[in-house]
Write a protein that binds this ligand. Structure first.
Ligand code: UDP
Length: 358
């Protein structure tokens, strides 16, 4: 069985590390990796391949830094010619980026079956480019590997029961990663306070709005009076802050360059609280038993909110401070339900593709 894997952005490298490791234990499965180049910096791309032992990509498309349409269009064209040459049995795509949609679209038009990992997630916010990518990708996939029961329910609500595709709750590959790498954590090479909040911020809805970005940063600055805030800062967010003449020298926030996954695991293990607009980090906070303030107005991971582990705070200054006050002394353990499977998702995925082909 031959699989072409399409990846291009940081969270996809982390997910693909899990599945590539699973593939290596199936001797009759061959993987060809296509890196679209959507994320390309050393600390947004190379570090993950090195630290997580992801096989070197067979193809590097080097497509980045353009509008959504141009990026997706160029990826579509180049992926199509690779698929024509490789003739795989399956194309695997991950999550909700332009690379996901381009890979799924190129494959489905060539009648090559698409397996979508992290299928069925919905924010119900069509202003998010990610929501558009995931809805379209789900609809043209043959196998939808859902990380949660909620994701399956979302698809049923959209009528997927009637479509000729397979839905499977296989658990979340990010849970697999957290379990596998938990004892391989690496201390970052900057000094860390004893107690700190780990924050990340990169969603376009926050970074592209000066009002939202300034409000979130001001709230984190205020919190940092009481508890240090460490932010591995996404290149897009850094650029937007520069455009707003943010004073990087005067800030109370500890802004550091993006870190590798193993450093991230260290930060997650040692932080007191997480504040983020990342999808993945909301779950990782849960894996490492940390409360999370979500700097968005909705989440795809509503089971975390129902569990009491995550507060959807939005971007407004007062709301962020209120959520912080609410969570800062909370010690109740709400982290024991296995919401995201048992760390076998990668293996289940490859086994299922083999079963369908047998
Ligand atoms: N991450 C990382 N280094 C960082 C920031 C995030 O390794 O400096 C990891 C994080 O632990 C998670 C993934 O990147 O596994 C989340 O990716 P991101 O927030 O970019 O995307 P999203 O999950 O929101 O799609």
């Amino acid at each position: 069985m031959k699989i072409v894997t399409i990846i291009g952005a940081r969270p996809q490298f982390i997910k693909a590390a899990v599945v590539s490791r699973a593939i290596s234990s199936f001797p009759d499965v061959q993987e060809v990796i296509v890196h679209t180049g959507q994320h390309f910096d050393t600390n947004m791309s190379d570090i993950f391949f090195e630290e997580m032992c992801i096989p070197k990509p067979n193809y590097n498309l080097n497509i980045n830094g353009m509008t959504h349409g141009a990026m997706t269009g160029q990826m579509l064209e180049k992926i199509e010619s690779i698929l024509l040459a490789e003739q795989p049995n399956w194309v695997i795509v991950y999550g909700d980026t332009n690379s996901t949609l381009a890979g799924a679209l190129a494959a489905s038009k060539l009648h090559i079956r698409v397996a979508h990992i992290e299928a069925g997630l919905r924010s119900y916010n069509m202003n998010m480019p990610e929501e558009i990518n995931r809805i379209l990708t789900d609809r043209i996939s043959s196998v939808l590997f859902c990380p949660t029961e909620q994701a399956i329910k979302n698809l049923y609500q959209e009528g997927f029961k009637q479509f000729p595709c397979t839905l499977l709750n296989c658990g979340d590959v990010m849970q697999d990663a957290a379990l596998f790498y938990a004892n391989k954590a690496k201390c970052p090479d900057f000094s860390l306070p004893e107690h700190f909040i780990l924050a990340t911020l990169h969603r376009a809805e926050n970074t592209d709005s000066p009002e939202r970005l300034q409000s979130i940063i001001a709230a984190l600055e205020e919190i940092a009076r009481e508890m240090p805030v460490v932010i591995p800062i996404h290149p897009r967010t850094r650029k937007k802050l520069q455009e707003l003449n943010f004073d990087f020298k005067q800030t109370r926030l500890q802004l550091v360059d993006p870190v590798g996954y193993l450093e991230m695991v260290h930060l997650l293990k040692h932080c007191s609280l997480v504040a983020t607009d990342s999808g993945g980090l909301q779950k990782e906070a849960y894996f490492f038993k940390k409360y999370c303030i979500t700097l968005r107005t909705e989440t795809e991971w509503i089971e975390l909110v129902e569990q009491g582990a995550n507060i959807i705070t939005g971007w407004k200054y007062e709301d962020i401070l209120n959520s912080y006050k609410q969570l800062k002394h909370t010690t109740k353990d709400v982290f024991s339900s296995p919401l995201y499977g048992d760390g076998q998702a990668g293996h289940i995925i490859i086994q299922e593709l083999q079963r369908i082909d047998s």
